[in-house]
Design a binder for this molecule. Structure first.
Ligand code: AMP
Ligand code: GLY
Length: 417
């Protein structure tokens, strides 16, 4: 079978690695891919949201399955376009991907179907938004309605910060179209975790829980990033917590989407928080998470293509998981997320013996050296029988980066506080 993966990050590199273990997969193409995938797939120079070009390519190459990594093409309806031409593609339709691409849609859905989440209201008028903030008080959370590359959330500790966020989004148009409508919601506190599931209509097949570290620096300090590392599974998330999430979040939301005439297909990502009053949803995403995928898929024992085919044809994929823990630490460009220095030479790296090396923002320079091409550059991961061992293995390998000022990484990924 010929498979096309869409995307260029660490998540897609892990999808490529996993698909290389699928017995029926003969050819893997990735659009556009990155420097690390060269030996594992054929990289094709097509942008993730160039839907017509991707469609032409898939038809010309007679691709059997297309797997979509990022949210952008999903929000633009890539799944609808491929299906309309009779091509198999794994991901939600545009109508179902709205669960990620509009926070107002996903919050209203949760409210309507009593799925536990923070109290909220939606605004397009800044005076009304500010009046609501004054009434509710701080801390409070201001979110752009649309897709904002993970930057659209402001957790405001003071009313002033919240007013400023409202001004930037509604008056300053800092997120363009994505911020013409905003959601203001109650601040929740607690430990966060993610639970992804393969979904086909009302059928939900959960994966193992994972946690990513969004803040740039050790101890969850510093600015929000796209994720500085992740680990899975989570010793502090009990089987009861998972069952609760399945029964009160994942299954109800899948049923709700069917009822709303937007049946969900693909991977559904639930971002959750354990508050004093129970588990609540922070957000839904319409895809695999990054970097969580880089610690979840190494633990999945099943053949990924078999899983996708089973789920898509309404059959239980009978997921099984390795008995162990995965830790993955991101190596980022110095200055990330404020600036991401591109073109910095990635050191020549030795083979990783007891782990895996994932590329994210990497490309080749004119001398065919691997250089950085984005904020998150690499991820070093390892699977071991304990989190502590996986953490140790990862950090042993990361000593290769200690001599360079061009990159940095957190030193505490996978260490449970
Ligand atoms: P998101 O982009 O929706 O994943 O939000 C980014 C981060 O903002 C989340 O991982 C949380 O840490 C934080 N956040 C979002 N919503 C809330 C909330 N209602 N209360 C507290 N923190 C939140
Ligand atoms: N890890 C966060 C995300 O994929 O959105």
């Amino acid at each position: 079978m010929k498979v096309l993966v869409i995307g260029c990050g660490g998540r897609e590199h892990m999808l490529v690695k996993k698909l290389n273990h699928s017995v029926r997969v003969t050819d893997i193409f990735v659009a556009p891919g990155n420097a690390g995938m060269e030996k594992e797939a054929t990289c094709v120079e097509i942008a993730v949201d160039a839907i017509d070009q991707l469609l032409d390519f898939a038809k010309k190459e007679q691709i059997d399955w297309t797997i979509v990594g990022p949210e952008l093409p999903l929000s633009k309806g890539i799944v609808d376009h491929f299906r309309a031409e009779g091509l198999k593609i794994f991901g939600p339709t545009q109508a179902a991907a709205l669960i990620e691409s509009s926070k107002d849609f996903s919050k209203s859905l949760m409210a309507q179907y009593q799925i536990p989440t923070a109290k909220f209201q939606t605004f397009t008028d800044s005076a009304k938004a500010k009046a609501y903030i004054k009434e509710q008080g701080a801390p409070i959370v201001v979110k752009a309605d649309g897709l904002a590359e993970g930057k659209g959330v402001v957790v405001a500790m003071t009313e002033q910060e919240a007013y400023q966020a409202v001004d930037q989004m509604l008056e300053g148009h800092c997120f363009g179209e994505a911020g013409t409508q905003i959601v203001i919601e109650e601040f929740l506190s607690g430990k966060e975790f993610s639970l992804f599931a393969f979904v086909e209509g009302e059928a939900v097949y959960p994966m193992i829980p994972a946690r990513d570290h969004k803040r740039a620096f050790d101890g969850d300090k510093g600015p929000n990033t796209g994720g500085m590392g992740a680990y899975a599974p989570l010793p502090d998330v009990t089987p009861e917590d998972i069952q609760y999430t399945i029964d009160f979040v994942l299954k109800p939301v899948a049923r709700a989407m069917v009822k709303e005439g937007r049946p969900y297909t693909g991977v559904l990502y639930a971002g959750l928080i354990q508050t004093d009053s129970g588990i609540k949803v922070i957000e839904f995403n319409a895809r695999f998470g990054d970097p969580e995928t880089q610690v979840i898929l190494p633990l999945l024992e099943n053949d990924l293509l078999d899983v996708i085919e089973a789920v898509s044809s309404g059959v239980d994929p009978k997921l099984t998981w390795r008995d162990g823990y995965a830790v993955g630490t991101v190596v980022a460009s110095a200055g990330y997320p404020t600036v991401s220095n591109k073109g910095m030479k990635v050191p020549e790296l030795p083979e990783i013996l007891d782990g895996y090396l994932i590329h994210a923002g990497t490309t080749f320079d004119h001398n065919h050296h691997i250089v950085s091409n984005g904020g998150r550059v690499l991820l070093v991961g390892s699977v071991q029988e304990t989190l502590a061992k996986a953490n140790k293995e990862v950090y042993h390998y990361l000593k290769n980066f200690d001599q360079t000022d061009d990159f940095f990484y957190r030193t505490d990924i996978g260490l449970i506080e």
